[in-house]
Design a protein around this ligand. Structure first.
Ligand code: DOR
Length: 419
């Protein structure tokens, strides 16, 4: 397909240039030479061209749980969200904890992925937290190591993992959760839980292990990354560790940046782990984004079946989908009101995750119509997961085209119809 985007914004090295941009069979041409006769011209829309987004925290559920999502559907959903590189977590069956088990996941990726899918290997065997996985065997094929879905409870196990990961120059991405402090909670331990009689998850269950790991990361020299940061205290601990020179980065998700527990409803689509927290936590995360403490945005795209998400806040599975709404939600809620600049959002969704996890992006880009306004409708998702707290929201920003390594992996119907 050859499409000419007239007077578009083009992101290059942290700044925006303006001019006509040609997408020609997966190649980006700028400036556009004379004598070009494209199949379609887009001229009356507010078009922005970004590098492909990268999400270092997704769940694609294969092997093991293909009724929730597959590598095919997950990567198609990612492409529709402007992503060209994603890192799926290893809470699978079998858990990728050595070359044999990892190979099962890699073969499906090789066969079905439409974008760059670079998995994590587990930190411990079966993510049980006791015996270390074959980190060295998996290292050449993974973006890093994680036991996501479970916190590594034993500090000595984590320290050993960090030392070995450091020796190979691979990051550890930690799901920080102290099991002893959960007390059967499933939403934030705050006002909403008290008023509605729910059991709460306290922020300490997250930040105590972050504080432990920040010390161990400093001691081991490991490239340490904190997954889905949700609480104000966590942000402050990470800020201080960075100031001490610890090699620590972190991510947060769109739902933690846009929602607070006052916005919860009695539906499974508002349930994930860690939970949506209080307004003070949300504001602290925004501060962290602005001052660089929060390095990147990851969706924690965690699809489950409709039935698994139909049992209200108490009974539903933990996890919401996010790949197809991340950019529109963040553009609408953070960039349009002037909370962060568009170039910052692109860094948080592309440059920073790629640099930290060494994800290639050559020949990748995505094209957005920033003014397109619509209501988030999960029925339109390419993901098999439909549970999102953003259902029914008005948002701006529609992905028109995603190109990965020079291949068109998503094109919006309006482009194909030449509208
Ligand atoms: O909400 C979540 N869903 N949090 C996790 O830690 C795991 C994830 C999943 O795998 O569904």
């Amino acid at each position: 397909m050859q499409v000419l985007f007239k007077n578009a914004m083009l992101y290059r090295d942290g700044v925006f240039l303006r001019g006509d941009v040609l997408a020609s069979d997966g190649r980006l041409v700028f400036p556009v030479p004379g004598g070009v006769f494209p199949e379609a011209v887009v001229e009356d829309r507010s078009v922005a061209v970004f590098p492909g987004f990268a999400d270092v925290h997704v769940h694609f559920r294969e092997p093991g749980f293909s009724y929730k999502e597959t590598i095919r559907t997950g990567s198609l959903a990612a492409a529709r969200g402007g992503y060209t590189a994603v890192c799926p977590m290893p809470n699978l069956d079998p858990v990728p904890h050595d070359l044999d088990t990892l190979q099962q996941e890699l073969s499906i990726i090789e066969r079905d992925a439409v974008i760059r899918v670079i998995p994590y290997g587990a930190i411990t065997r079966d993510e049980k937290g006791t015996v270390l996985a074959d980190l060295e065997g998996m290292a050449p094929y993974v973006c890093g190591f994680s036991d996501d879905g479970h916190g590594v409870q034993d500090g000595a196990v984590m320290l050993r993992a960090m030392e070995r990961a450091a020796a190979m120059g691979k990051p550890i991405a930690a799901h920080c959760e102290e099991n002893d402090l959960l007390f059967g909670g499933y939403i934030h331990d705050g006002e909403y839980a008290r008023v509605h009689g729910h059991r709460g998850i306290c922020p300490e269950s997250e930040w105590i292990p972050i504080a432990r790991d920040a010390v161990l990361a400093g001691r081991s020299g490991c490239a340490y990354h904190v997954c889905h940061v949700s609480s104000a205290e966590s942000v402050e601990i990470i800020r201080r560790a960075k100031a001490r020179g610890v090699d620590i980065t972190c991510e947060t998700g769109p739902h933690y940046l846009v929602l607070n527990d006052g916005m919860l409803e009695e539906e499974g689509r508002f349930k994930m782990n860690p939970p949506i927290r209080a307004e003070r936590d949300r504001l602290a995360l925004l501060e962290g984004l602005k001052d660089g403490t929060v390095d990147m945005i990851a969706t924690d795209h965690a699809p489950h079946s409709a039935e698994e998400k139909s049992r209200g806040l108490a009974g539903s599975a933990m996890g919401v989908v996010g790949l197809e709404t991340a950019f529109p939600v963040l553009y609408t809620e953070l960039v349009k009101p002037g909370i962060i600049e568009l170039s910052r959002l692109v860094k948080l969704m592309s440059d920073n995750p790629r640099r930290r996890f060494g994800l290639a992006g050559e020949g990748d880009f995505c094209v957005w119509d920033l003014d397109a306004e619509y209501t988030v409708d999960p029925a339109e998702f390419l993901s098999m997961g439909r549970a999102t707290p953003f259902e029914g929201r008005r948002v701006n920003g529609r992905c028109l085209l995603t190109v990965c390594a020079g291949r068109e992996v998503f094109a919006d119907a309006s482009l194909k119809e030449g509208k």
